[in-house]
Every structure is written in structure tokens, then in C-alpha cells.
Design a protein around this ligand. Structure first.
Ligand SMILES: [Zn+2]
Length: 481
């Protein structure tokens, strides 16, 4: 959770958008007519809503120079594409898993983890080109299932209990857009088009293979709100081979193609690497937030997610959820009143109390949706000029079973006093220019990193620890603080 962001009204976040099948539209890339579920105006509206949710839930990396760098590169490329007039937006979200994704209408995001993995502007440009291509070819529009479109207008029940396999799915249709999967043909087309877009901007497109190679070497899945690029982009060797074929077909390549290694590395020097503990950690059955200096308990056995504006956990049977958010109201009373007067929410009981010395209001309620009836317990707690809400809810029939868990979680909210946790700092990328040639393993001995040397090799784009680095090479290391 990041304290700069405002509260989320997850429970009552009812997306008002409704979308309908509109018939035929002309595909801007192929020129062919295709059946479309939504018009361009609706596509943009859907993307805007999705982008808002993505930015609220994941948060943007607080680095304006880095954000405008990505925006500038992306904007130039998009303006040269088949759909220059879309409200293109490019951003870097604060998530450690390497990924890049495009929402309908031209909203494109890289994760912080993806930027940490790459080593040149040309690599960035080829991934940008690929994601832009998904938008120009209107791939999302054909992939968005009718179910997702309907879900957008469904409101409470649909948002609370969709398929909860991925907690990310809980937070709404915008986030579910992150899990869109494209067909193989679409991926091939995006690679083709993106290759052309990057080349038009003068980038050395041979660098694209390096991105695939790094993602392939990294493998594995990390704890994250977003799926990795490997999950959304299957990585057959065929795709890497296709890059070679495209290059071979173009030989000789135009002269003076740009790699932009130094320009890129300058931008990511100092970028946070891996999970940022300042945004909150789960430890020993507690959620602890060093910046905001509070902690509260969550059941250890419940899968949980720490997002920019909400900390949430879902019961293993997926019939109950617990979450913490920040409220915008000035007092626990005002926050409770605002929450309880929402349509379809019926107050059962409300009372003032203190929780570990902090002023609070605790209320029980029922909420009716077209699909189901929920029962819940919620606490509003005043602490250091902020109002926190802990909200536990379940299907009404299961409430008795979870009531004690909800009470325990609300009653556990207190000041974080552990000095070691308060002092936690994230790891960061630091660049070192080596004065003499050495292997990466030697570099790692001389300039130790907080990650294994194999991972260091991946983020430096070299095959392994024994790779020899020439004198003058700039090498990434990962250090704390
Ligand atoms: Zn793709």
C-alpha cells in the first residue's frame, strides 16, 4: 500500500460502463472488416477505466523522469502507427514481475521488473512496438470475452466473487484485462508490426531477441499482482527464430541503427529492484507497513495480495475476504457513515470503541447484490491523521464461521514498533563501469550484489557468470538502500 494514494471503494465499485455488440468495424492495420463487440469510442472508454484501475491498484513508479522517458518513446512510435489519434498513454507500474501489457484504446504499461531486466533503448523499443501493435491491430477488442464485457456492468457481486484463482481478478474488470491472452497468430502479427514500428524509429531490432532470451532465462513465477510476460506471451523458440528470419530477409539492415545502451542504463540507475518492503510486507501472520508505521493480522493460510491501495486476503475456499484500505473521510464516524449509507448496504450494528488505544468505529452489515447476499464486519480506525478501514465479508451463510477471524483482524490494528521492520529498505539497481576486463563472477566478487550471480547474469543480458566483460562495460549490480 502506498500512502500517497487515496482510498478505494472496492466493495461498491460498480463500473457503470455497458458495452454492446456494434457489428462491423474496419481493422486499421489489415483494412478488412471484422465483427466487433465494441466501437472505438467504447474501446477507448474501456481502456481508460482499465488504466485508472491499473494505476490505482498497482501504483506508478514515483520517478517522473523515467515515466516521461517511456511516454516520449512510446508516443513517437504510436504517432507513426496506423492509429495516431488514440489517446496513447505509456507508464511504468510499481510491480517487480517483468511484464508489459496493452489495454484497449492505447494504454500501455511496463512493470518496474521489466525495465530492470532490459539493457538498451532498442530492447525497450521492440517491446513497445509489440504492445502498440496489439492496440493498432485491435487485438484486445476481439479477445475481450463477452463475459468480461458483461462483467463490467455487473457491479457488486461480480466484482467480489469472480473467478478468484488470481487475486488480481478480484479488483475489477480493468485488472482482468491484464490476463487477456492472444492467439498465436495475433502474437506473430504483433511481433511483425512491432518490428516495423521500432525499425521506423531507427532502432536496432536485433535487440528484440535479447528480451526474449532474458525472460526465458529468468523463468519461474514471482509473487505479484500481475502475470509475467511469459504467462501472457508463450515463448516458443519459433518466435526467436522468427526474429532472425525477419532480420535475414532485410539484410543488409539500414546503416546507423540505434541500440542506445548508455541512454537506457542512465534512466534505470537507482531503480528499485524486486519487492519494495517500504510498501508493506507480510510476516508472521501480520501485515506491516514501514512507511505508515502500522500493522494488523491476516490469517496465514489465506492467499493475499499487497496492492497500491488495498491489502487483501481471500479465504482458501474463496467464500470470504478481508481487506484494508485508506478512507478519505476525516473521522471514523464519518467514514462509517459514508460506508454504511451506500445503496444495498444494511447496517446491523454500529458502535464506537478503542482499538489498542486508537479511536475506532466497528459495524456489522449485510449487503445485497443481484447475485448474492453478503454479511460483514468492518472497523474504521483513526491513526496518525489517517482513517483505516479493515473490512471482512463473506457469503451470508458462511459468516458465523468467519466472524471471529474478522474480529481478530480488526482488533489487531496497532502501531508498528519493530525497529528492524521500520528500517527496511528496498534493493536498487546500481551501475558500475569496469576499468578492466573481467568475468561477471569476478565482478560479483568485487562488487557484491544482493541477488544470486545467475540472476545477475540474466539482468545484465549475458549467458552466465563466466561471461567475460570487456573493459569499460557498464554492469548492473543490486544493492540495498
Ligand atoms: Zn503480445
Amino acid at each position: 500500500m502506498k500512502h500517497t494514494l487515496q482510498f478505494s471503494r472496492l466493495l461498491c465499485l460498480a463500473l457503470v460502463a455497458t458495452f454492446v455488440v456494434t457489428g462491423c468495424v474496419r481493422n486499421p492495420v489489415t483494412g478488412r472488416l471484422q465483427l466487433a463487440l465494441i466501437t472505438e469510442a467504447q474501446e477507448i472508454q474501456m481502456g481508460q477505466e482499465g488504466a485508472g484501475q491499473v494505476e490505482r491498484m498497482l501504483g506508478l513508479v514515483p520517478d517522473p523522469a523515467l515515466q516521461s522517458y517511456v511516454q516520449t518513446l512510446g508516443q513517437a512510435m504510436a504517432e507513426a502507427s496506423e492509429r495516431p489519434a488514440l489517446p496513447w498513454r505509456f507508464g511504468v507500474v510499481d510491480d517487480p514481475t517483468p511484464n508489459a501489457f496493452a489495454l484497449p484504446g492505447g494504454f500501455i504499461y511496463f512493470t518496474r521488473g521489466m525495465l530492470g531486466l532490459m539493457n538498451s533503448e532498442a530492447e525497450l523499443a521492440t517491446v513497445l512496438g509489440h504492445e502498440i501493435a496489439h492496440v493498432t491491430a485491435r487485438h484486445q477488442v476481439t479477445q475481450i470475452s463477452r463475459a468480461q464485457v458483461l462483467q463490467a456492468g455487473m457491479g457488486l457481486g461480480g466484482l467480489l466473487f469472480p473467478e478468484l484463482e488470481q487475486l488480481g481478478g478480484v479488483v475489477g474488470v480493468g485488472m482482468s484485462l491484464l490476463f487477456l491472452r492472444y492467439s498465436r497468430d495475433m502474437e506473430r502479427q504483433a511481433d511483425d508490426l512491432g518490428f516495423g514500428y521500432a525499425l521506423d524509429q531507427g532502432y536496432d531490432v536485433r535487440e528484440m531477441a535479447r528480451v526474449f532470451a532474458a525472460l526465458g532465462r529468468l523463468g519461474g513465477e514471482r509473487q505479484s499482482a500481475v502475470p509475467s510476460w511469459l504467462q501472457t506471451h508463450p515463448l516458443p523458440a519459433e518466435r526467436i527464430a522468427a526474429i532472425d528470419e525477419r532480420v535475414a530477409a532485410m539484410e543488409p539492415l539500414p546503416p546507423g541503427l540505434r541500440v542506445g545502451r548508455d541512454a537506457y542504463l542512465d534512466r534505470i540507475d537507482g531503480l528499485v529492484y524486486g519487492v519494495n518492503p517500504r510498501n508493506g510486507i507480510f510476516r508472521d501472520g501480520l501485515y506491516m507497513h514501514p512507511d505508515l508505521a502500522f500493522q494488523f493480522a491476516l490469517p496465514d493460510s489465506w492467499p493475499r495480495q499487497n496492492l497500491a491501495q488495498v491489502v487483501m486476503a481471500v479465504s482458501p475456499r474463496e467464500d470470504a475476504a478481508l481487506q484494508l484500505t485508506l478512507r478519505g473521510e476525516p473521522s471514523p464516524d464519518a467514514a462509517a457513515e459514508a460506508f454504511l449509507r451506500q445503496q444495498d448496504v444494511q447496517t446491523l450494528e454500529t458502535r464506537r470503541r478503542t482499538i489498542n488505544g486508537l479511536p475506532a468505529v466497528v459495524a456489522s452489515f449485510r449487503a445485497e447484490t443481484p447475485q448474492t447476499v453478503l454479511q460483514g464486519l468492518t472497523g474504521f480506525i483513526a491513526y496518525e491523521n489517517r482513517i483505516y478501514q479493515i473490512l471482512g465479508y463473506s457469503l451470508v451463510g458462511a459468516y458465523r464461521e468467519y466472524e471471529a477471524t474478522f474480529q481478530q483482524s480488526i482488533g489487531s490494528f496497532t502501531r508498528l514498533a519493530d525497529p528492524a521492520v521500520l528500517a527496511l529498505q528496498p534493493n536498487r539497481i546500481r551501475l558500475v563501469r569496469i576499468g578492466e576486463r573481467m568475468t561477471l563472477a569476478e565482478f560479483d566478487r568485487r562488487y557484491p550484489s544482493a541477488i544470486p550471480v545467475a540472476e545477475l547474469a540474466v539482468i545484465n543480458g549475458v549467458p552466465g557468470p563466466e561471461t567475460v566483460l570487456p573493459a569499460g562495460t557498464r554492469v548492473k549490480r543490486i544493492v540495498q538502500g
